[in-house]
Design a protein around this ligand. Structure first.
Ligand code: C2E
Ligand code: MG
Ligand code: MG
Length: 638
């Protein structure tokens, strides 16, 4: 799957560099060898000359008498000593009249002739094959004659040749050794480099290329399309609810699951396609084999289908789903950055559609995503600019027909867009994490309002506040809530926290622990949007719940719809059997209210009884109710 062409090229390059280094080192050695040889020749030669001059002088001095007396026999005897000097080939003693007094000659050697003026002046003369040394024989400053020695240079050349051979052998030997050592070292370095490269470009959990490698490969794939045509499909795949696996089974099992998922996904792809792990539970697939957008879409469908079968870890079946987004180069865009952004946008669209889904990028999505970003940015400023409001919706007790609680509901008074409803901004606030400070702000505002009402004598009124999943994950949440209660002086029993059934069931153990702590502090707990989250009785029993809020979806069909009737009555019966109060949400008609009343529902909330209103409006309602009650009480007393 990996393209190794650039690596081969660098391999060949380093080979050439090896060779170049070797040639340079060889040339340097050759130059050094030549200089040394020249030095050697010169010094051997001058040593030879010195040696022969000594010999010539000895002969000259020994033959002085023979020359004075013109005695060839004595002169020959002097020369006969040269037999023990194997380098001297021939020697002659000439008298001053240039006649030869004595001659010594090795077999086949030429006899020396009387030296010419030049030779007499320098005392020696070289040719390639031989050396002539001339030594005048004097007695009391009078020249009696001349001694001439002829020496073969064969031995000298052999020695020089031997020297050159030795130098060459040493040079070649050391070059060979260093070549072997250097290539061995290079091999080690290359190996280490390759390993480091692998580590830098691959993900240690799955063994897949990592984000770093992904960027490089995507750029490479796109440049190929630019050059040769074709298309590249980019798929972003994000596992749904992977965090839950990590939280419940531990990170080690989370890693094992990722590895299994990666292995299964790899099997679906062709060798020309590349799958990378680019984040915690995010994978990116570069589809180079697809020749049409339909083909890329079918790969996406196959990847999604591949996850259908559960994964088995420690004998537990894990059902994993994913959300996929696809963008195609150059159909959707001709820009690398935009391509990844598009795939990401499409993937988020799939997530928003309810997960376990695949979306092909569409320009509309970009518009929507842009709007989202804008909304997110202005939401950040909304708190500072005081654009947020808390509205309160009454909850009425069916038994007493009185307002017994209010639910705090967030509103955003946008200076240009007007009043924005929570459905539009709460999901964005959740995704961006802004819900954490936002939720805290709501809690503070709601408690401050509750404190004001308590100051007017309405201490029995419950204040319901919604909690988001992100808030629940905050470690400091319980402490934050308790300190807000302390600061505002609201009693914990007045506060009712609403948690949706889906959120409750996502992380049962942690939530049980969290709610138990809140419950211990005296805070009331309500399960919001109940009936949509498929929770079982067994689970519900584990939570310290005070109240269930039947989801609006089941109230809408009342009292006509048989199924809604059955569900509503079943929820009421079940809740009561657990000692939990029931609130019906979204009550819009008198008939709905009558049905709920007949079937024992405890409280009702809905437009029929009162829409969410700003604090002062509710204050007026509460005051009226309070005065009414006081009047009734005084009538009863009287
Ligand atoms: P929820 O907690 O289930 O709140 C009830 C929603 O039903 C409110 O919508 C309310 O205005 C609406 N409603 C009440 N009576 C009726 C009725 O008779 N008919 C119909 N059709 N709707 C009715 P709202 O205010 O738009 O809030 C929507 C959701 O946004 C809330 O659902 C809650 O989940 C979330 N939300 C609102 N404020 C906050 C907040 O401060 N924090 C958090 N985390 N979530 C909030
Ligand atoms: Mg609620
Ligand atoms: Mg609700």
């Amino acid at each position: 799957m990996m393209n190794t062409a650039p690596f081969n090229r660098t391999g060949r390059l380093s080979h050439w560099m090896d060779l170049a280094t070797l040639v340079t080192a060889g040339a340097a050695l050759l130059l050094a060898g030549t200089l040394l040889t020249i030095y050697q020749v010169v010094s051997l030669r001058s040593a030879l000359v010195d040696d022969l001059r000594v010999q010539a002088r000895i002969i000259g001095e020994n033959s002085a008498a023979a020359l004075v007396f013109n005695d060839p026999r004595a002169a020959r005897e002097t020369l006969s000593a040269l037999e023990y000097s194997p380098s001297v080939q021939a020697a002659a003693i000439f008298s001053h009249d240039r006649s030869t007094l004595a001659l010594y000659q090795a077999p086949d050697q030429m006899a020396p002739t009387m030296p010419d003026a030049a030779l007499l002046r320098t005392g020696y003369q070289f040719s390639v094959a031989e050396l002539l040394v001339a030594q005048p024989v004097k007695l009391a400053e009078r020249q009696l004659g001349t001694v001439v020695l002829r020496i073969s240079l064969e031995k000298l050349w052999w020695r020089v040749l031997g020297y050159i051979a030795l130098t060459l052998a040493v040079a070649i030997g050391s070059l060979a050794i260093s070549f072997v050592l250097v290539s061995r070292m290079r091999k080690v370095v290359r190996h280490t480099e390759a390993h480091l490269d692998y580590l830098a470009h691959s993900d240690s959990v799955t063994g897949l290329p990592n984000r770093h490698a992904f960027n490089a490969r995507l750029a490479f794939a796109l440049s190929k399309v630019d050059q040769f045509g074709g298309m590249v499909g980019l798929l972003f795949l994000d596992l749904d609810n992977f965090k839950a696996v990590n939280d419940t089974l531990g990170h080690q099992n989370g890693d094992r699951l990722l590895k299994l998922v990666a292995q299964r996904l790899v099997k679906i792809l062709r060798t020309t396609d590349t799958i990378c792990r680019i984040g915690g539970d995010e994978f990116a697939v570069i589809l180079e084999s697809a020749s049409s957008s339909r083909e890329s879409e079918s790969v996406a469908a196959k990847l999604l289908a591949a996850l259908n079968e559960p994964f088995v870890i420690d004998n537990i079946d894990l059902h994993v789903t994913a959300s996929l987004g696809l963008s195609i180069y150059p159909i959707d865009t001709t820009d690398l950055q935009a391509l990844t952004r598009n795939a990401d946008t499409a993937m988020y669209q799939a997530k928003n559609r309810g997960k376990n889904a695949f979306e092909r990028f569409h320009p509309d999505m970009e518009q929507r995503a842009k709007k989202r970003v804008q909304l997110e940015n202005s939401m950040r400023r909304a708190m500072e600019r005081n654009e947020l409001r808390v509205f309160f919706q009454p909850q009425i007790s069916i038994a007493t027909r009185r307002i017994v609680a209010v639910e705090a509901l967030l509103r955003w008074e946008h200076p240009e867009l007007g009043l924005i409803q929570p459905v539009e901004f709460i999901p964005i606030a959740e995704e961006s994490g802004l819900i954490v400070p936002l939720g805290k702000w709501v809690l503070e505002a709601a408690c401050q309002q509750a404190a004001r009402w308590a100051a007017e004598g309405m201490r029995e009124l419950h204040m319901a506040v919604n909690l988001s999943v992100r808030q629940m994950r905050e470690e400091t949440m319980v402490d934050d809530i308790l300190s807000i209660l302390r600061d505002t002086g609201v009693s914990p029993g007045q506060l009712e926290l609403e948690i949706t059934e889906t959120v409750l069931m996502e992380n049962v153990d942690d939530n049980v622990r969290l709610l138990t702590r809140l419950k211990a502090a005296g805070v009331r707990i309500a399960v919001d949007d109940f009936g949509t989250g498929y929770s079982s009785m067994a689970y519900l029993k584990r939570f310290p719940i005070d109240q269930l809020k039947i989801d609006r979806a089941f109230i809408t069909g009342l009292p006509g719809d048989a199924e809604d009737r059955a569900i509503t009555t079943a929820i009421i019966a079940m809740a009561h059997s657990l000692g939990v109060m029931v609130v019906a949400e979204g009550v819009e008609t008198a008939a709905q209210l009558a049905f709920l009343d007949e079937n024992g529902c405890d409280r009702v909330q809905g437009y029929f009884l009162g829409a969410p209103l700003p604090g002062p409006h509710i204050t007026a309602l509460l005051r009226a109710q309070h005065e009414n009650a006081a009047a009734k009480a005084s009538i009863a007393e009287a």
